[in-house]
Design a protein around this ligand. Sequence first.
Ligand SMILES: [Zn+2]
Length: 252
Amino acid sequence: MVVDEPTADRPHPTGSARRRPRCAGCGRPVPACWCRFVSQVRTRHRIVVLRHPREARHAFGTVPVLVRTIPDTEVYDGVRRTPEATQAIFGEPDRPPLLLYPGPDAGGSGVTDGAGTGETARTLVVIDGTWGQARGMVNADPELSALPRLSLVPTSSSRYAIRAQPFPHGLSTVEAVAEALVLLGDEPVVRDALLRPLAALVGMHLACADAAGGDVLDDPVALERAGYLPPLPAAPASPATPAPPASPAPPV
Ligand SMILES: [Zn+2]
């Protein structure tokens, strides 16, 4: 008789499997936490993410890395644009929207509306999903597809796409945003801060795959020595504390 043994990777149908506690900051199981690799940075650009619902449930979605590193990032889940997302995209004339998505003309990296990439603060509209999901969301939304676009030709970060299983379709969302922000005039330190937790996330995934198990995460020193983990940031990682509530509007 074969007994269905509960394991950490294959939860028992009755729910009696050992449940690993999860980090409140990154949502990953505690041994796979990447929070210590986070160093927060600021950008003058507004980042609005339209996330496909399936991507929101993906264990290796990279939007949490983006949100932890740039806390002002706004994320709206849904296949269709919500009124709140519309307000975020079009509600700030001083930072006109720019869709991070390939333009009709394949070519180098750049902005299709001809604006200087380093001169104007923008609202960067990011679609988070597989290429198929993103294409569907853009094609079904005339206002979205009519926006000026920022196209990317990846430079350094494609190494993750080649090595890591989580991103078979090319750049992950956080990699694309990192490249876009530098193209829009941000300092390279912004890109580095975004890519460091991603490198840790991917490195831990690869280490588990190579070792055929998660116990390898119990020895982070050995993981760093073996090249799976990036160096820690110079500044201490920020604590995973929630943002304070917004101040009430003054009476009129
Ligand atoms: Zn964490």
